[in-house]
Design a protein around this ligand. Structure first.
Ligand code: DAT
Ligand code: MG
Length: 151
């Protein structure tokens, strides 16, 4: 259970608005472990593959334009139930339905500018982590606080 991984990305609007540190801080503070992190400017093809399940949606072209509009910050976080908790920490897809206290509920308004991405299942956590990171870019390490976070 502790080795579950989720792919979290700060979208171009989150980067432009200076929210990278804030988003990372919430996962760190919770006790989750950062195992990969980089800034990049993904291609249209790379994003179309990432969002392949949404290809038929009317908002797909706009989503790709938004996502290619600037650099993003990609991360992989590891820990107990991190996929489910990551989604909860992000908030609902539509920020207007996100509770205050969640990242989207605290920092954004429109669904097309919802500042962050998080994997929706353990399976997509795996798929997305290896879509965005090469094997050598994901680190295995034991945080000093590990035994103080987990019983
Ligand atoms: P999530 O990002 O919460 O996993 P999703 O995978 O269904 O949501 O959609 C991916 C992104 O696409 C989402 O973060 C914002 C955009 N999107 C989703 N539904 C939308 C809609 N109805 N109108 C505009 N953009 C939408
Ligand atoms: Mg999704």
């Amino acid at each position: 259970k502790r080795s579950e991984r989720t792919f979290i990305m700060v979208k171009p609007d989150g980067v432009q608005r200076g929210l990278v540190g804030e988003i990372m801080k919430r996962f760190e503070n919770r006790g989750y472990k950062l195992v990969a992190c980089k800034m990049c400017r993904p291609s249209q093809e790379h994003l179309e593959e990432h969002y392949r399940d949404l290809k038929s949606k009317p908002f797909f072209p706009g989503l790709i334009t938004y996502m290619t509009s600037g650099p993003v910050v990609c991360m992989v976080w590891e820990g107990k139930e991190v996929v489910k908790m990551g989604r909860m920490m992000l908030g609902a897809t539509n920020p207007l339905e996100s509770n205050p206290g969640t990242i989207r509920g605290d920092f954004c308004i429109d669904v097309g500018r919802n500042i962050c991405h998080g994997s929706d299942s353990v399976e997509s956590g795996k798929r997305e982590s290896s879509h965005w990171f090469k094997e050598g870019e994901i680190q295995e390490w034991k945080p000093a606080e590990f035994d103080w976070v987990y019983e």
